[in-house]
Design a binder for this molecule. Structure first.
Ligand SMILES: [Fe+2]
Length: 350
């Protein structure tokens, strides 16, 4: 009869064997841990408050120029992660560009999003297309697109940067290139990607459909998203786990904005308390407006306007709007990566 073998060796002999292997850069798998029964993130739930972040962003703007810093960025780092990132695969950073400043043109293989927190205009140029930036707008600078930022207003511009740099670094797939000039020449149109792709279900016929895997729409104004959210909220629609939640999509495919990052906006009604669920993806949230708290893996994260918080992968979370206004949350996740690799799951609590 075939059966499992039972070999009990003297501890000293085993340790000698392991020592010899170590010297040869070989590791016995049976003593080095395997796959857990479920994901357990090193990252912890955490919230960064705007009342702390904004003064430090302003201080950075006094102390460091955009000549000294390629990008004047404050990285929000998760207390339990070794790298300076808010979550396992996605950073959530605060960037500030002061009146009269530019941040010069470059491109990189990490994909990036900008979610505008403060400012009264200013713009990003993406592959020659000028994109105006207003509070609550989502702007994409996808994988390997040239981008530079400029503030031609009289007020500071501050936004949330979301990038997949930790993932790209882990995959050892990062490239970076400086543009030949400080800024790109700006092409025609005041907001060309929005003009071409900003109305759902319609696309220009005189040029071929873009074949890049990222969205050809690079500007998602809050004014459009708000109308959609409020229309659905008025009809009582939504998810028991997330309230009225909408995904920003690639208008050509209906898929995520970029191959590695999915973006969402959600509305929680005053008094709403969502049911808990968890997914195999890490999520960084930005509170566009509203006040309340989220229960994340047993921790209470209190939030109000412009705060940022992170929910690690496979961690139960529920949201509570304690204010008298509807709460609007922006979030971005690595779900497209998990789905592409057949690693995605979700589960309701209880
Ligand atoms: Fe960049």
């Amino acid at each position: 009869m075939l059966q499992r073998s039972n070999i009990v060796s003297p501890e000293e002999e085993l340790q000698d064997f392991y020592e010899e292997l170590r010297a040869q850069h070989v590791t016995p798998a049976w003593i080095s841990g395997g796959v857990g029964v479920e994901p357990k993130s090193k990252a912890v739930p955490y919230v960064w408050h705007w009342c702390d972040l904004r003064p430090q962003a302003m201080r950075a703007a006094q102390l460091v120029g955009t000549e000294q810093a390629e990008r004047r960025v404050l990285r929000l780092h998760n207390p339990e992660l070794e790298g300076s990132s808010a979550s396992n695969t996605l950073v959530a950073n605060i960037q500030i560009v002061m009146p009269g400043e530019i941040a010069r043109a470059h491109r990189h293989s990490p994909s990036a999003l900008r979610f505008i927190i403060e400012g009264s205009g200013g713009y990003t140029v993406v592959n020659g297309a000028r994109i105006p930036m207003f509070p609550g707008d989502l702007v994409l600078t996808p994988n390997w697109t040239w981008h530079d930022h400029a503030n031609d207003t009289d007020a500071p511009m501050i936004w949330l940067d979301g990038l997949d740099t930790p993932l790209v670094r882990m995959l050892e797939a990062g490239f970076y290139e400086q543009y030949g000039e400080e800024a790109q020449p700006v092409g025609e149109g005041s907001d060309p990607s929005l003009a071409k792709y900003g109305v759902g279900g319609l696309r220009p016929v005189w040029e071929p459909a873009p074949t890049a895997r990222y969205s050809p729409l690079w500007h998602y104004p809050l004014s459009q998203a708000r109308v959609a959210l409020e229309r659905l909220a008025a009809e009582g629609a939504g998810s028991p786990f997330d309230g009225v939640i909408l995904e920003y999509t690639n208008p050509l495919t209906g898929g995520p904005t970029m191959p590695t990052i999915a973006c969402y906006i959600q509305l929680l009604q005053p008094g709403e308390h969502t049911q808990a669920h968890r997914q195999v993806c890490c999520t960084n949230y930005h509170v566009i407006e509203g006040s309340g708290y989220s229960l994340v893996g047993g921790r209470q994260l209190d939030w109000e306007d412009k705060d940022v918080f992170t929910v690690p992968t496979w961690t139960f979370h529920e949201h509570v709007n304690t204010g008298s206004r509807p709460a609007l949350l922006f979030s971005f996740t690595d779900a497209p990566v998990m789905k592409a690799l057949d690693l995605y799951r979700e589960e309701a609590q209880g």
